[in-house]
Design a binder for this molecule. Structure first.
Ligand code: FES
Ligand code: FES
Length: 152
């Protein structure tokens, strides 16, 4: 066991964690933040993406113990974020969300990019989302959804 102090969605959390506990399980099971999804569990699908110290990470590949001193944002932490609200509406309107399983991870990768680069080119946007697999949309509706928000 190790003791960690992390800031999750703006709240300081002190916790005792097992050395093998993944960040994914920490947010879902210990903090009840279930927007973050588990798909492949091996870093391939991006469904588990959260923002850690400003960077999108696959939370299935990060141990909770590695997060000591870090700042973690999950989709729940952006519920009041206007741009995230706009993105969610655009995904619904443009068909960027279908089954929805990939959507939290896609949104977190998108937000991590837009925080650093508010006006990405299509290529930069596609590069930022290359780690997020979607079985439903064919990807173009996702790009269209994001571009609709950027065009506002
Ligand atoms: S569940 Fe983490 S990348 Fe697929
Ligand atoms: S909307 Fe179903 S996997 Fe992307």
């Amino acid at each position: 066991m190790s003791t960690i102090k992390v800031k999750v969605n703006g709240r300081i959390v002190d916790a005792e964690v097992n050395g093998n506990l993944r960040l994914l399980d920490f947010v879902r099971d210990k903090l009840n933040l279930t927007a973050t999804k588990e798909g492949c569990a091996v870093g391939e699908c991006g469904a588990c993406t959260v923002i850690m110290d400003g960077e999108p990470v696959c939370s299935c590949l990060v141990l909770a113990a590695q997060c000591d001193g870090s700042e973690i944002t999950t989709l729940e932490g952006l519920a009041e974020d206007k741009q995230m609200q706009d993105l969610q509406e655009a995904f619904v309107e443009q068909g960027g969300v279908q089954c929805g399983f990939c959507t939290p991870g896609v949104l977190m990768s998108t937000k991590a990019l837009l925080n650093k680069n508010p006006h990405p080119t299509d290529e930069v946007l596609k590069d930022a989302l290359e780690g997020n697999i979607c079985r439903c949309t064919g990807y173009q509706p996702i790009i269209n959804s994001i571009k609709a928000v950027l065009a506002k």
